[in-house]
Design a protein around this ligand. Structure first.
Ligand SMILES: O=C(O)c1ccccc1NCC(=O)[C@H](O)[C@H](O)COP(=O)(O)O
Length: 258
């Protein structure tokens, strides 16, 4: 099994358990369930902002512990203050050390919040809305085109935007109209190698009506300049900021150079 297969196998068990512990009727009573959402698409297109979706990430399968010191509140407040277009919060616990409490802790900031998880069931989308998200991630490698279509429709009906993540050409058929943003992951999840060229080639095959987001392995302002020329408008960055002595200062310095 590769890492994605392991994550999905675990996620199926986890979601089955959570549906029993907290049925949909209870999620619908949560305080954020009825809130008006913010548009990640609009925030990315706002030229006063940076285009960066800054991610709060404690650990990852490729790097182990990255930062278990700085709190969600402090880090995401800095991301918001220094011009992030959106904030991504990894809510998977088993592999990334995150939780839905992290999502709530980031909610105070006035930018769109992306629930970053491995979505396989509409329950997780309802959960995302209940705990304060504005957008959800769907990963093409974990879903059929039909599943993407139906999950994206659930998200749209709840007022959430969808970031659909692609890794290679074979996944282009997963792109559908209920998706607002299409991400290209620069990281190969089989060997964890990062290849910006691969993403640039793939982006050329994605319709410009979608906001293109480059994901993973971005660690230099020059990467952003290069990816912008290739049509990317959004840039999802986690590890580079989180691994610094101060993710808050690192984000500030990075954005000053843009
Ligand atoms: O980050 C990993 O090691 C990873 C492994 C397997 C599946 C997903 C993984 N990461 C999730 C992400 O998409 C990244 O956290 C996100 O794109 C930010 O990447 P980075 O800037 O490299 O932290």
């Amino acid at each position: 099994m590769n890492i994605l297969e392991k994550i999905i196998a675990h996620k199926k068990t986890e979601v089955t358990k959570r549906k029993v512990e907290k049925p949909v009727a209870d999620l619908e009573k949560e305080r954020f369930f009825k809130r008006e959402t913010l548009s990640l698409r609009k925030f990315i297109l706002d030229e006063k902002k940076t285009g960066i979706i800054a991610e709060y990430k404690r650990q990852s399968p490729s790097k182990g512990i990255i930062n278990d010191r700085d709190s969600v509140e402090i880090v995401t407040k800095a991301y918001f203050s220094y011009g992030a277009s959106g904030i991504s919060v990894l809510t998977d616990h088993e592999f990334f050390g995150g939780s839905l409490d992290d999502l709530i802790a980031a909610r105070d900031n006035g930018v769109p919040l992306l629930r970053k998880d491995f979505t396989i069931d509409e329950y997780q989308i309802i959960e995302a809305k209940a705990y304060g998200a504005d957008a959800v991630l769907l990963i093409a490698a974990c879903l059929s085109p039909q599943e993407v279509k139906s999950l994206a429709a659930v998200a749209r009906n709840l007022g959430l935007e969808v970031l659909l993540e692609l890794h290679d050409e074979s996944e282009l058929e997963h792109v559908c109209d209920d998706v607002s943003l299409v991400g290209v992951n620069n990281r190969n999840l089989k060997n964890f190698e990062v290849d910006l060229e691969h993403s640039v080639r793939l982006a050329q095959q994605i319709d410009d009506k979608f906001i293109k987001v480059a994901e993973s392995g971005i660690n230099d302002v020059k990467n952003i300049q290069y990816l912008k020329q290739a049509g990317f408008k959004g840039f999802l960055i986690g590890e580079y900021f989180m691994k610094q002595t101060s993710p808050m200062e690192a984000f500030k310095e990075f954005t000053y150079q843009l």
